[in-house]
Design a protein around this ligand. Structure first.
Ligand SMILES: O=c1ccn([C@@H]2O[C@H](COP(=O)(O)O)[C@@H](O)[C@H]2O)c(=O)[nH]1
Length: 271
C-alpha cells in the first residue's frame, strides 16, 4: 500500500487508529479456547467488529512466536484474512528486526513477500546496512524505532552523542539512506512532548505511535505536536481495545472502545 492510499483511507474513515492484535491465550475469553485455532478466532472476531473504525492492524509477532508453529500459523491466517477481506487496511508486523545485510534481506522477504505485510518495525541499532535491505522493497514500509514508549528509552535513545540526542541522530542519518522514502518511524505516545522537535527533522514522515490506552499516552497531546497536514500518524492501542472485555461480548466491547478513539480522532480532524 502507498502512503497516498493510506492518507486517503484516513480521510475516508476519519480515523488514524491502529489496533494492536497482541493475543495472549491467558487473556482471551475462555469460550474461545474450544476453537481449533483460538488465536485466529479471536483476531477474526475483533477484525470483523472493528475494521470500519481503524486504518491499520498491528500484530506484535512476539505474541505469535510464543505459541510456536500454532502461533505462526495463526499469524499467517490473520494477515491472509486481512489482505483478502480488507486490502485497504494497512498492516504492520511489529517484529523489531534488523541484522547484517543478508539476514535482514531474509527478514524482509519473510514479512513483505511470504506474509505480505505492508510494513515491519525495525531496530536502527545495527545501522544503514541492516536497514537498507528492508527499504529496497517498493511500496512496503520500514518503521524504524526512533523514540520508544517505554522507560528504558531514556537509557540510550535520549543520551547525547556528538552533541545530539541519539534518537535525533537516528532520524537525521536514516533520511540519507537509499530508498529513505519507504521509512516511517516509531515514537511513543508517552513521549508526546518530543514530537515538536521530531517534526522539525521529519516533517512529512508517517509516525507509528504506540502507548495510548494501557500505557497512559494522551491522544490530544500526540496530535497537538505530531500531526501534519496529511495527519501522518497511526495511533496504536492494543490491550485498551482487545481486552476491554473477556466475556462473550469481547468483540462488541472492543468495537465500542475503538469507536471512542475514532470519534475523538474525527473531532481532531474537523478542528
Ligand atoms: O515504543 C514502542 C514500540 C512498540 N510497542 C508495542 O506496541 C504495542 C502497545 O500495546 P498496548 O497494549 O497498547 O500498550 C505492543 O505490541 C508493544 O510491544 C510499544 O508499546 N512501544
Amino acid at each position: 500500500m502507498t502512503t497516498t492510499q493510506l492518507i486517503s483511507e484516513i480521510q475516508k474513515k476519519q480515523s488514524f487508529l491502529c489496533i494492536g492484535l497482541d493475543v495472549d491465550l491467558n487473556k482471551i475469553p475462555q469460550h474461545l479456547l474450544k476453537e481449533e485455532d483460538p488465536i485466529f478466532a479471536f483476531n477474526k472476531a475483533v477484525i470483523d467488529a472493528t475494521h470500519h473504525l481503524c486504518v491499520a492492524y498491528k500484530p506484535n509477532t512476539a505474541f505469535y512466536e510464543a505459541y510456536g508453529i500454532k502461533g505462526w500459523k495463526a499469524l499467517e491466517k490473520t494477515i491472509k484474512y486481512l489482505n483478502d477481506k480488507h486490502p485497504e487496511i494497512f498492516t504492520i508486523a511489529d517484529a523489531k528486526r534488523g541484522d547484517i545485510g543478508n539476514t535482514s534481506t531474509m527478514y524482509a522477504k519473510a514479512f513483505f513477500e511470504d506474509l505480505a505485510f505492508d510494513s515491519v518495525t525495525v531496530a536502527p541499532y545495527m545501522g544503514k546496512d541492516s536497514v537498507e535491505p528492508f527499504l529496497a522493497f517498493e511500496n512496503k514500509h520500514t518503521i524504524l524505532l526512533a523514540l520508544t514508549s517505554n522507560q528504558g528509552a531514556f537509557d540510550f535513545q535520549t543520551k547525547t552523542v556528538d552533541g545530539k540526542e541519539l534518537y535525533k541522530q537516528v532520524l537525521e542519518t536514516s533520511k540519507t539512506w537509499k530508498n529513505a522514502h519507504n521509512l516511517m518511524y516509531v515514537v511513543g505516545a508517552t513521549k508526546a512532548e518530543y514530537l515538536a522537535d521530531i517534526r522539525k527533522i521529519i516533517p512529512d514522515s508517517f509516525l507509528l505511535v504506540p502507548g495510548v490506552g494501557a500505557q497512559g499516552g494522551n491522544l490530544q497531546e500526540v496530535c497537538k505536536y505530531g500531526m501534519n497536514t496529511n495527519v501522518s500518524l497511526l495511533i496504536n492501542s492494543s490491550r485498551g481495545i482487545i481486552y476491554a472485555s473477556n466475556g462473550e461480548d469481547f468483540a462488541q466491547v472492543a468495537a465500542s472502545k475503538a469507536k471512542e478513539l475514532q470519534e475523538e480522532m474525527q473531532v481532531i480532524l474537523t478542528q
